[in-house]
Design a binder for this molecule. Structure first.
Ligand code: AMP
Ligand code: MG
Length: 283
């Protein structure tokens, strides 16, 4: 048996606990992991096979009347690597079993229907792995920082969101919520490199500078979000994200753990296998 490079599993080291401080999180750290970058990349690739197998079980479960599914919620400042998680972690499994949605500024129609409407519409069906690149949590982040709603309105969202998540968890959804914690220094480098590279210009949004200027306000909003909405049915994980290979490895590990926890076997055939074999082969 190969020795695990995890001294402590990310479900323990990264899970948000009451009293935790976001400003105490070191975005360059690799908590619980003592391997290096190369080993980390290799390990993620190795886990891809199991992740893929687990996801196929989930899909089969959904096809045979099962109600379980998984929702991965990704939050983080611009350039924190949300898209990279989708591409490099979620991208390891069969895309037929995945439902990804990104959430930008709401359209007037979405605005009129309330913030949870577009979220409900994007929830994964049974058997699917859903991924939210940003989410309903923007309603207590950008909405708060940019004062898009009066305080009493956005403050009510914490409880509303907890109720909403309890409801979908009850209906069969395993929820994994991840904040990718990046440092302002690393963000600066990533934004500059977007400007340096014409193939990355499409990712650069001049309005990201505004959010960068509001760094401390965002940190405060994230702190309160974590304190108010990390629940037993839908805990938050804060993943150091200055090293992309680590954040991807850690999120892959969190997903693997969650899918394993569903303990899904392969659905039994609802037909007579021996008879079908005889019919097929004439033997
Ligand atoms: P990106 O993730 O780079 O595509 O950017 C999406 C943008 O949409 C970010 O600036 C978010 O802050 C913004 N956004 C997402 N959800 C909301 C929301 N509910 N209200 C206002 N802005 C939002
Ligand atoms: Mg952006």
């Amino acid at each position: 048996m190969t020795k695990s490079p995890w001294t402590e599993h990310p479900t323990r080291t990264l899970r948000w606990r009451p009293g935790d401080r976001l400003d105490a999180v070191d975005p360059r750290a690799t908590p619980g992991y003592h391997g290096g970058k190369r080993a980390g990349k290799r390990l993620l690739a190795e886990h891809g096979a199991e992740l893929s197998d687990l996801q196929e079980r989930l899909f089969a479960h959904g096809r045979t009347g099962g109600v379980r599914n998984v929702l991965l919620v990704l939050q983080g400042m611009d350039t924190s690597g949300k898209g990279g998680i989708v591409r490099h972690v979620v991208g390891m499994v069969d895309p037929q079993g995945v439902r990804c949605r990104g959430f930008g500024r709401p359209t007037p129609e979405e605005q009129a229907r309330g913030y949870l409407w577009r979220i409900r519409n994007a929830l994964p069906d049974a058997g699917l792995l859903g991924v939210f690149d940003r989410s309903h949590y923007e309603q207590v982040l950008v909405v708060r920082v940019d004062a898009l709603e009066p305080p009493a309105t956005w403050q009510a969202h914490y409880d509303e969101i907890n109720d909403f998540e309890a409801e979908i968890a009850d209906a069969g959804t395993a929820i994994v919520k991840v904040v990718l914690a990046i440092s302002p220094e690393e963000q600066l480098e990533r934004l500059v490199s977007r400007l340096d590279r014409p193939d990355k210009h499409w990712k650069y949004d001049p309005s990201d500078l505004r959010a960068r200027e509001q760094w401390d306000e965002y940190q405060a909003a994230y702190q309160d979000m974590l304190d108010r909405t990390s629940t037993d049915v839908a805990p938050w994980y804060v993943v150091p994200a200055d090293r992309k290979w680590f954040s991807r490895l850690a999120v892959g590990e969190l997903l693997r753990h969650e899918l394993r926890g569903l303990d899904l076997g392969w659905p039994a055939a609802d037909f007579d296998v021996q008879r079908q074999r005889r019919l097929l082969t004439g033997r």
